[in-house]
Design a protein around this ligand. Structure first.
Ligand SMILES: [Zn+2]
Length: 390
């Protein structure tokens, strides 16, 4: 006897749930077993719970003032050189208590969950010292106490060189590899390690050591690659068997081929390109032709992508990057889960997967992506339990 049977799904399907897992899926006309509770989707579309596989959800302060400066013409790299940008968020995050960081992160995570997200990746990287990096990751781990999401954590200690190591990126990476990352691993606070491979952060040659240290500790690796310039980031990620390479606006054909050979997921982040006014589009045609799985995420962060709606990110991926609706939806489910090492566990409706589902006020999947700001969530099932119902 199953716990729950969802029937009358658009297209004539049904889904059975036992405990926290999906037990069966198939045509509603041939359900082989009974369930304690039967729930009609009323002909509406049901998808896997959305997976936001790239966010910087935990941070102090915001950067709305800097955004106003950019509207007036200031460039991202010029603002960073003047002490703004990531450095401003580092100051605010170091000054924030664990409870304050948690409260603001929970508000953003709740907004994401209300828009269909049931699994979210959260990066550190605004501490850039031992105490604050650990505090950010502890906060990320606590989000599920207050929001019905699973959280996957990523250590992004190599985000930028902090002010106390200005001009000495190798000295800072010594600290990251020798002290901070081992402490993070010892506390079990991170599922993966990420870095910002860019001329304003760390070049590919420097990051080799960090990624090798991470894989040596048994952690997955990811990379912010080729966002503002082609820094050979995609090839670096592929060389280390990365789960994902993210951004990729400036990735070369050679980088695309390397990702394909390594089975690395390309994570596209149209919110950042949109907010930065960057017209450069990732090589979507080449990624598609090479068979590289493409995920889409919000990149929610206070500087370049203050975006909490994953459906809106999907809309932008279609209108600005040229994805189809089907590619966009796969990018926020199956491929996003793979980018987090959760293939088969999340982002899929199949026996054995987590029973994370979204019922949409939609009779066709395109309606999920088509609206700008409506995010038509009707109900969410998280690990077998309804958490929101309209
Ligand atoms: Zn990012």
């Amino acid at each position: 006897m199953w716990d729950l049977l969802i029937t009358d799904i658009a297209g004539g399907g049904a889904i059975a749930v036992a405990g926290e897992r999906i037990a069966w899926t198939g045509p509603a006309a041939s359900v082989p077993e009974r369930a304690t509770e039967v729930w009609s989707a009323g002909g509406r579309v049901v998808t896997p719970g959305l997976v936001d596989c790239h966010t910087h959800l935990v941070f102090g302060g915001d950067r709305s003032g800097e955004w106003e400066q950019r509207l007036a013409g200031a460039g991202y790299e010029a603002i960073a050189a003047a002490g703004g940008g990531i450095a401003a968020t580092v100051r605010a995050t170091r000054a924030a208590s664990e409870d304050d960081l948690l409260d603001s992160a929970v508000a953003r995570a709740a907004a994401m969950a209300a828009r269909g997200v049931t699994t979210v990746e959260v990066k550190s990287g605004y501490g850039l010292d031992l105490d604050t990096e650990l505090r950010m990751l502890r906060v990320a781990r606590r989000i599920p106490e207050r929001v019905p999401v699973d959280v996957v954590t990523t250590f992004l200690g190599a985000h930028v060189v902090p002010p106390e190591f200005e001009g000495d990126p190798d000295g800072y990476l010594d600290l990251v590899c020798g002290e901070v990352l081992p402490a993070v691993a010892a506390e079990g606070l991170a599922d993966a390690v990420d870095a910002f491979c860019e001329r304003m952060a760390f070049d590919a040659a420097r990051l080799d050591r960090l990624l090798a240290t991470a894989t040596g500790l048994g952690l997955g690796v990811k990379l912010h690659a080729d966002q503002l310039s082609d820094g050979d980031g995609a090839a670096l990620a592929a060389r280390h068997g990365a789960l994902s390479a993210d951004h990729l606006e400036h990735t070369s054909p050679g980088g695309v081929a390397a990702l394909a050979a390594a089975g690395t997921v390309a994570v596209l982040l149209p919110g950042a390109a949109y907010v930065l006014g960057d017209e450069t589009v990732p090589p979507v045609d080449a990624l598609r032709a090479a068979g590289v799985p493409m995920a889409v995420a919000t990149d929610c962060n206070p500087g370049t992508s203050p975006l909490v709606s994953l459906p809106l990110a999907l809309h932008l991926a279609c209108t600005r990057f040229g994805l189809t609706v089907a590619e966009a939806l796969a990018g926020a489910t199956t491929h996003a889960a793979r980018a987090l090492g959760l293939a088969g566990e999340a982002g899929v409706i199949a026996p054995g997967a987590r029973a994370d589902l979204v019922v949409w006020d939609a009779d066709h999947p395109a309606q999920i992506v088509y609206w700008v700001g409506l995010d038509p969530v009707a109900a969410v099932l998280k690990r077998g339990h309804f958490v929101e119902e309209a």
